[in-house]
Design a protein. Structure first.
Length: 276
């Protein structure tokens, strides 16, 4: 499984991105505008938040989906075991800790803009047999959407856990594409067509891009939604891991397939993972 590294500044960046997403469901973006120092600063700030008790003041209030989700709140689809993680959901109008608000809203805006640019690249490189079947261009699916989700993840050191529990069990993402800022520690793996697992290398400052289910459905699986997971650390590396995926979600009314809108599919998947 060869996940390609895409130089954001290269003339053939769009071609390379589309090829890697087509072949593996994943790509790694380098030389992009978001600096490693900025990513590290965000992780430092949110690391302090997760280490304190103020996080409980931001606890999610269903049926809303923004705010803090406590350790072991979520399980992957078809997994009976809760993941070993806590996290915070950021949407455009959600409440945020004062000390983190400016940097978090800025990274949300920048990742969303970058993701929309990448969707335009994918649209331009996909064959007509795929694009002709779309209800609208991929970029248009994002216009006026307020559904994209920035998830700030903390995977604490792994203590005693029930059998089968890992940091993030095998799953596919729900959305169009995901932009994942390089994790503070390794652990991300993707599954190939033969069921084998492969480490997804992502050096400091790089962004991992992967297809979600909505893109797969909209393109008839031309861009497949690849199963991935986050493994537990080795004994010598059993420390906190931070990660920050930006999930690009289209407007709720966007048709993915005949009879299936983006909101239909989102609500189905939220029920499957225990968040609804």
């Amino acid at each position: 499984m060869r996940v390609e590294t895409v130089d954001y500044q290269a003339p053939d960046a769009g071609e390379t991105l589309a090829r890697s997403l087509r072949d593996t469901g994943f790509a790694v973006l380098a030389n992009h505008p978001i600096t490693p120092e900025r990513i590290a600063g965000i992780y430092d700030g949110w690391g302090q938040f997760f280490a304190g008790d103020d996080k409980f003041e931001f606890a999610v209030q269903p049926p809303a989906h923004d705010g803090y989700f406590a350790f072991r709140s979520e399980n992957a689809k078809d997994s009976p075991v809760k993941d070993l993680k806590e996290f915070f959901h950021v949407y455009p109008d959600c409440r945020l800790p004062d000390a983190l608000e400016a940097m978090t809203r800025a990274i949300y805006a920048d990742l969303e803009a970058l993701g929309c640019e990448l969707l335009d690249w994918i649209q331009a490189e996909a064959p007509a047999s795929v694009t002709d079947g779309l209800a609208m261009p991929l970029g248009d699916m994002m216009k006026s959407s307020n559904q994209s989700l920035l998830r700030i993840l903390h995977y604490p050191p792994v203590e005693e856990a029930e059998p089968g529990a890992i940091r993030a069990a095998a799953h596919e993402d729900i959305n169009l594409i995901t932009l994942l800022l390089s994790g503070s520690k390794p652990g991300l793996q993707a599954q190939d067509a033969n069921g084998n697992w492969h480490d997804v290398a992502c050096d400091a400052g790089m962004i991992t891009i992967n297809n979600g289910d909505m893109l797969a459905k909209a393109t008839g699986d031309y861009f497949p939604s690849t199963t991935h997971r986050v493994t537990n650390p080795d004994a010598g590396q059993n420390v906190s891991r931070y990660s920050m995926p930006m999930f690009l979600h289209p407007r709720p009314d966007v048709p993915l397939q005949p009879g299936l809108t983006a909101d239909d599919y989102l609500q189905q998947r939220l029920r499957e993972i225990g968040l609804k």
